[in-house]
Each structure stands twice: as structure tokens, then as C-alpha cells.
Design a protein around this ligand. Sequence first.
Ligand SMILES: *[C@@H]1O[C@H](CO)[C@@H](O)[C@H](O)[C@H]1NC(C)=O
Ligand SMILES: *[C@@H]1O[C@H](CO)[C@@H](O)[C@H](O)[C@H]1NC(C)=O
Length: 672
Amino acid sequence: MAVVLRLLHFLVLVYVSYIPLALAQDKNGFIYNGFHDQANLDLDGIAEIHSNGLLQLTNLSRQEVGRAFFHFPMKFNTSSSNPTSSLSFSTNFVFAMAPQVKNLGGHGIAFTICPSKNFSHALLNRYLGLFNNSNNGNSTNHILAIELDTVLDPEFEDITMNHVGIDVNGMKSVASAPAMYFSNKEGKNISLELMSGNPMHLWIDYDEAEKLLNVTLAPTTIPKPNRPLLSTHIDLSQILLESMYVGFSSATGTLASDHYILGWSFNKSGPAQSLGVSSLPRLPRERKRKEKPSVMIMIALIAVAVALITVIGAAYILRRKKYEEIREDWEEEYGPHRFSYKNLHKATKGFKDTELLGEGGFGKVYIGILPSSNVQIAVKRVSHDSKQGMEEFVAEIVSMGRLRHRNLVQLLGYCRRRGELLLVYDYMPNGSLDKFLYSKEKPNLNWVQRFRIIRGVASGLLYLHEEWEQVVLHRDIKASNVLLDAELNGRLGDFGLARLYDHGSNPQTTHVVGTVGYLAPEFYRTGRANTCTDVFAFGAFLLEVACGRRPIELQAQGLPEQVILVDLVAECCRRGAILDASDPRLEGNYVAEEMELVLKLGLFCSDTIPAARPSMKQVMQFLDGDADLRESPHDVSASFTAFTITESYDFMSSQASVASMSSTGSFLRGGR
Ligand SMILES: *[C@@H]1O[C@H](CO)[C@@H](O)[C@H](O)[C@H]1NC(C)=O
Ligand SMILES: *[C@@H]1O[C@H](CO)[C@@H](O)[C@H](O)[C@H]1NC(C)=O
């Protein structure tokens, strides 16, 4: 009996002392030094736990979300003096983000305190799987998130592509700072690259008494810095509810990255326990690097390598010509935006005709799949003989890559070869809008879809004109330059490309940039593009989408006579029957007020007097219903005369395709 008791006693001792190591989790706190058993962790989306205990929230799959929440809710209570149910909390975790392409990757990770684990209504990418575009910012969300954000989204007033932010109920941070840490040793702040693939440590501590939220970042190689990165006074009593879940949400967008959590400690009733950084699971890439092959294997490998290098070297010299690029010293700083020709060649199967998506004014466009990441891209091959002006143009291309708006086709980077320039864009699965409007292969778009596309394009153009740091002119707005993404959102493509034809060409022989029917009358006289000429083209685009007809339809296209769309609409307007101009394919299924608004706005933008046209800001206000077109001083039907357009069109025909005009740049430097 005594022996049995003793044994029992021993077993209890072993069990009790084992608890803090493996299972130190209760409902007020827990610590995961690696997630070796999934106990009490709820995974959602593509999140998974590797056999070594590594929690992977997202991988290189695009447009995905991964979440992990602690199974039990935590008690947060304003009215209680009990420390375990106060609003104070303390947590720290080690994370890593590894991008698919150097410096370009998916959205980020958010540590989240939220009332529910159900995020089925939330959107991915820019909303980090936490909000959608209608509940973003609502105080009824009761969500606190600390975002590790690797995308600069101007709509959310993000400060850099590499920042840490405190988000309350929405994606616009209440406080944020570029990623860096305070080095106790050196006594200064040192920058960190969140998306470096290296593990990093984040501490989040809230003190209810001081109403102070501290967020501290550091590499895992050093202890917690003395100074936090963010230290913000914030009253969580309005935000947190009594029962809240804690966890992580992470999302990828058109670009993706691997997002990992290596360890996580949380405590509701005092400082969170420190993680055993050295015992955390290794990252896949890191592990590979650390494997040390034995000497024999190494020698064998070296021998094989030498042989291979000789063979590959010979092959390389032969193939080099095929993949030859032009690279100059000034391009060094654009390194991250540069794609290798070889990769683009592979991605597009050697620019095979079967991969051809279309042929635009500036060159052929191919679909491709980047070999390293399986990301779909569109590659535009623009032939360009001149070296002159290239440096300035590439600088603009790179800065356009920084433009981010959901209604612009994202430019990912470029590559240069002799005589040609390759531009890499996000792939738009639904192709261009004109195919939907005019070809029989694509389904008809209903009015709701068309109106949404119109508003999207307007908001993209407003961003280019007024919301970015410089004024960017598009200069070739038309239905064939509006691309549709998977959700049929309209996105403007080809912005600024017109500039290429200004650079490096003799000003006396510059092509007219733009497209007949969309070019403002004054452009034919002055050759100058500005925001008013863009608005004119946007007007032609509005009419095109509403009427389902091109701005100018020629006799040759099987019509009894040449149709100038703007004349036709103006004529209907004068007759007081403007809706007659609407696209017959809609069969009258549209919101009459919206149709009338779009048609009248189209005429307003097509005014022959540049100053009489609305700005894109006004256009947006009309479309959003924030301003009433009928109350605007402009009388659409009276001031409009189509004469100038007809005249310029005749002028164009007589001048054949090359007219001698030069134009100003797509960037109006110093414009604001
Ligand atoms: C990402 O993870 C999901 C779920 O585990 C898997 O189906 C998918 O193939 C993965 N994608 C990549 C690119 O590894
Ligand atoms: C946004 O999310 C809320 C729940 O938080 C949901 O009620 C609403 O329907 C969602 N809206 C959209 C447009 O998905």
C-alpha cells in the first residue's frame, strides 16, 4: 500500500511540474513556445501548424486569409477591480514574414482582440481579414488590432510600406510608426524590415490605470528594448467588451508572402511570460541554411558543382544572348522593381503567341506566371529604340509602381532590353471593358455593374489627378484601357505610358498621344495635355459605357452615316429625351436617375471650353450624389457644340496617322 501511495505521489509531482512546460494555459493566460499541440487554438482560412510547431498563417497563395485564435474568450471588465478581469493585458509573440518577390509581398499580420471568431463577412488583403468596406471604422466592431503592415495604402493614410499601427475598429490607424526598434546598447533607433523573412519579437502591453498602450518591436537576437515603438494613451473601456477573443489575422492580396507565428505568450493578470526564443520552431528557409553537410558530401558536391559550372558556363555563354538585358548604373536604386528578362521569358513561355492577351497602342501584352511564386502577371512589351530620356522614364515608371489604388492596375516592375522595355502588371482576369461593350463573346454588363465601373474609374482618375503626391495625367482614357478584375471592378491601365513617346523622340515627329474621339478639341490646337483633357476623355468614356457605342462610329463600320456619339446624346438631350441615347442592350433595365446623371455628366465633361468642364473631384461628387448636377451653373444642352470635335476629326483624317505635335509630360512637376 505504502509503495502504491508513494508511486501515486510521485506521479502527481511529475504531472504538476510538467504543467508549466507543456500546458501552461489557463483562461487568463497561456504560453506557446512553438505550437506543438494545437490544444486550445482555433485555426481558420489557410492557417496550419507544421510538424515542428510552427504556426503558418498564410503562404504564397494569393487572396487568402489565415487566422488563429485562442479557443477560450478572455474576460475584460471595466467595473471590476480584480486584476484578472481588468482591461489590462500583456502579450508578446515572435513572427516572421517572407515575401514572394524581394520587398514585394502580401499585406501583413494583425494581432487582434475581438468579440467573435467569425469573420466570414470580412474582406482580405487591405482589410487584413478583419473588416469589410462597409463596417470598416464602425464603433460597433469592438475590435482592437495591432497591425504589422507591409503595404502603403493611401486610403487608410498609411505612412510607409513597412509600419506598425494601432487600429481601433478600422484600418485607419490611430497611431503608427515605421518599423524600428530602440537599441539599448547604441542608444538610438534602428530600422527593421518587417518583410525580411527574419523572426521578430513584438510586445503589446496595456495598463488600465494609465490607459497606456505600449507596442515594442525588436529582432529576436536582443532582449526587450527599454523604449517602446508606440506608446499611446487610449481608453479601451469603450472598445473592449466583457468577453473577447485574442488571436491573429493575416491576409495576402495580389502579392503574397509567408506569414508565421513562432511563439506566443499572453497574460490577463500581469506581465506575459517571456518566450524561450532559442527553443522556438525554425523557419523553413532558415533550417535549410543551417543544415551542415558532412565533409565527404561537401567534397563530392564541390566536384559535381565544378563539373556543372563548366557545362552550365558553356551553355550560359550560348544562351546569354537570348536573355541579354540592358542595365545601367543609374538603375541600381531601382533594383527591387526590376524583373529579370529570363524570368519574364519563362513566365510567358518565351512570349509565345498562345500567351498573347492583346495588342494595344504601345505594344503586345502577354499573360505569364512567375516561376518562383506562381503569381499571374501581365507583361507588356513596348518597343523603344531610343536611349535618350530612358532614365527619367524609368524613374517615373518606378514611382508609378508606388501608386496604389483599387481602381488602378498595379504596376509591379520593369525590365529593359535593347530596343524594348517590358512592364509587369497585375493580371486582370476579365480583360478590357470594350470587349464587354462591343464583342459578342463576352456577356452583357448590367447597369449596376456599369455604374460601379464608372465610379471606380472616376475614383482612380481622381486619385491620379488630386490625391497622389504629384499630378499624374492618364492621357489615354477609353474603354479599352479600363480592365476588369475578378470581381468586375474597373481599373485604369496604361497610365502615364504616353510619356514614353515624348521622351527620346524628336519633338518634331512625336506621335499624337491619345485616341481620336477622346481627345479634347484644344489638344489639337495646343498639343498640351492637362487634367482638363483627361476629363474630356473621361466624358467620352461615360457616354461610351452608358450608350454602348464608340465615341465615333465610321460609315465603314456598316452604319448609314458617321455617328459622333456626343452629338447624338446632345441631340437627345435637346429634345428632352436623353434616355433615348441609352444602350439598347440594357433593354431599359437601369435606374433612370443614374442613367440621366451619367449621360449629362458625359456631356458636361465634353464641353468644348476646357474651363467649363468639371474637375474629377466634382465628377466624383456628382456620381456619389453629394452634389446635384441640375443645380450646377452649367447648362448642359446650351453650351455644347459638337462642331469642334467634328472639325478636329476631319483634321485628323487629313493628317493621316502621324501629326506633328508634341505634348507635355504626364507628370506636371511643381503643379502643387
Ligand atoms: C497554401 O496553403 C493551402 C492550405 O494548406 C494549400 O492548399 C495551398 O496549396 C498552399 N499554397 C502554396 C502556394 O503553398
Ligand atoms: C460587413 O460585415 C458585417 C459584419 O461585421 C456584415 O453585417 C455586413 O453584411 C458586411 N457587409 C458587406 C458588404 O459584406
